[in-house]
Design a binder for this molecule. Structure first.
Ligand SMILES: NC(=O)c1ccc[n+]([C@@H]2O[C@H](COP(=O)([O-])OP(=O)(O)OC[C@H]3O[C@@H](n4cnc5c(N)ncnc54)[C@H](O)[C@@H]3O)[C@@H](O)[C@H]2O)c1
Ligand SMILES: O=C(O)[C@H](O)COP(=O)(O)O
Length: 529
């Protein structure tokens, strides 16, 4: 039974599939301090958070069962990603579920700012009928959008309908896409100098921190307005207050703060030209359901060892590529396991060669499964697809990949070679055969045809008459049934291998007997777990 902890307020409807899963127990405990979380986290397999819970290195250090942290939202700046990756904890988010909601919030903030709605409301309900609030129209104004990702693009679309001219900047924004969106691709400097309104929609990174600060405010159009519904710190808070005092900025609308919640004496909370909300960008019924559904679905996949998407601490992969690779994951992992068990030396290099159908795809997700298979021999459950490459590198094991070498007649072929410092090599090749599934087709240059499952017995011997009979008799007399047997050799009378699929694991004494048979050099059981 998997235990899932929900440590922030997350939609009940959204996590229903987790609650109803018969292999999962969900517990909700919100508002915990770091120390309280440290006390209870060791018993959980998954942690579901929004932005309140700070998932620190200290928490992850004791989270011995934790396989996945699910962020019901976009920003993962409350999760120590490096610590998670090091420990093989998968971090996933729900990148699409709150896009429209947050865009609408940013837009609402821009309109409220233009028409002083919060200030007018406060006065009216306090009994003052003040009709001096004079606003501005959005129509014909220049809107600068910094960060044209999911939310920025949606804001731009809506602003166009309001008759605004949009100047957009994003390192990934091309002329072609800008044209499609009907906006003007601009530099940050052009935006800063020309915009009547600026709205920021970037993550907080070393590059975006204070991307709007004193130097930018100094050259802005007098009377401009600024909105931040992205992350506190993208706009320098103190520089903004100065710019308002100097009459450069007419007003600001902020949903996010450099420190949340802000201290009671934060200058934004006492400035009549600044309107604020308490990080409500994603807070609609729809968005909260969406992000909780998305994240619950992926958490279930991860707990059940099924393919998943939206991992934040692994490189993104296009869905079309993922669909193509997914059938190979099990095969890749088993090839890695088999190669690691055949190898008796320290591993210096893991070389993977992809051929045929795999020669022209981005195979890095598959490589993670293969490396996981190789390392699982010594790391057991401590290695997974998030940390497999990291663990290999941390132990100075070189991982190299080539694509498009010979397919040896197969439509796809994965060959894994383990190289030891003394020059010894072991290689295993496998393929997915249409209609037959995964097959191992070569071991150390010996052609074979084995399904990588169940109990395998690997025997290396000298090619002499009667060897198959000796092995069969010994196993039979010890009640070990042989399901299939493969014999491979390079030259008649030379070195050879036998690979047997047996119905149950052979007892240790049977293996001892096998090794003592004449002409047998090695007898070893192979496990695929
Ligand atoms: N207020 C809220 O409740 C709330 C809700 C959802 C998202 N957010 C935040 O909004 C931001 C945007 O979310 P999104 O879903 O659109 O993300 P996104 O990844 O789709 O878009 C972010 C864009 O910022 C761009 N970018 C990165 N560095 C930049 C730079 N130096 N200059 C200009 N652009 C840069 C990226 O290229 C990307 O296109 C994130 O910080 C997210 O955490 C806030
Ligand atoms: O990054 C996000 O998704 C937003 O900042 C929303 O955060 P929240 O889930 O804490 O509302």
């Amino acid at each position: 039974m998997f235990k899932v902890l929900v440590s922030d307020p997350i939609s009940d409807l959204g996590i229903q599939q987790l609650v109803e899963a018969n292999d999962v127990v969900v517990e909700k405990k919100t508002g915990l301090s770091e120390d309280e979380l440290i006390q209870i986290i060791p018993e959980y397999d998954a942690l579901l958070v929004r932005s309140q819970t700070k998932v620190t290195d200290r928490i992850m250090e004791v989270a011995k069962n934790l396989k996945v942290i699910g962020r019901a939202g976009v920003g993962v700046d409350n999760i120590n990603l490096e610590a998670a990756t090091k420990r093989g904890i998968i971090v996933i988010n729900a990148p699409d579920g709150n896009t429209i909601t947050t865009c609408e919030h940013a837009f609402a903030m821009m309109m409220a700012l233009a028409r002083h709605i919060p200030q007018a409301y406060a006065k009216t309900i306090s009994g003052t009928w003040d009709r001096k609030f004079l606003g501005v129209e959005l129509r014909n104004k220049k809107l600068g959008v910094l960060g044209m990702g999911r939310i920025g693009s949606e804001v731009a679309k809506r602003a166009k309908v309001f008759g605004m001219d949009i100047l957009g900047y994003d390192p990934f924004l091309t002329e072609e896409r800008a044209e499609k969106l009907g906006i003007k691709l601009s530099s940050v400097d052009e935006i800063v100098r020309n915009a009547d309104f600026i709205t920021v929609h970037t993550p907080l990174t070393p590059e975006t921190k204070h991307m709007i600060s004193r130097p930018q405010f100094e050259v802005m159009k007098k009377g401009m307005r600024i909105v931040n519904c992205a992350r506190g710190g993208v706009v320098d808070e103190l520089a903004l207050v100065e710019a308002i005092d100097q009459g450069i900025v007419a007003g600001a609308a902020f949903d996010v703060f450099e420190k949340e919640p802000p201290e009671a004496d934060h200058p934004f909370l006492h400035n009549p030209k600044i309107i604020v909300t308490p990080h409500l960008g994603a807070s609609t019924v729809e968005a909260q359901e969406n992000v909780a559904i998305d994240v619950s679905e992926q958490v279930l996949h991860i707990l059940r060892n099924e393919p998943f998407k939206n991992a934040v601490n692994m490189p993104p992969v296009a869905p079309s590529v993922m669909n193509k690779l997914t059938p190979y994951f099990g095969l890749g992992e088993k090839i890695g396991m088999l190669a690691a068990q055949l190898n008796q030396e320290a591993v210096q290099e893991i070389h993977v060669d992809y051929a045929g159908d795999l020669a022209e795809v981005d195979t890095q997700p598959l490589t993670r499964y293969i490396i996981k298979g190789v390392l699982s021999r010594h790391f057991g459950d401590d290695v997974n697809i998030v940390n497999s490459i990291h663990l290999a590198k941390a132990r100075d094991v070189k991982v190299s990949v080539t694509q498009a070498s010979a397919t040896k007649g197969f439509t796809n072929l994965i060959t894994v070679t383990l190289k030891a410092p003394n020059g010894t090599e072991h290689s295993v090749a496998g393929t997915l055969l249409n209609g037959y599934g995964a097959r191992i087709v070569q071991i150390d240059k010996y052609p074979v045809d084995i399904a990588p499952e169940g109990h395998l017995l690997f025997i290396s011997h000298n090619d002499k008459p009667g060897m198959v009979g000796h092995v069969g008799t010994l196993l039979g007399s010890n009640d070990v049934n042989i399901a299939s047997m493969q014999v491979g050799r390079k030259i008649v009378g030379g070195a050879a291998i036998m690979v047997l699929t047996i119905d149950k694991a052979a007892p240790a004494e049977v293996l001892d007997h096998l090794i003592n048979l004449p002409e047998i050099n090695k007898a070893q059981q192979i496990f695929f777990v």
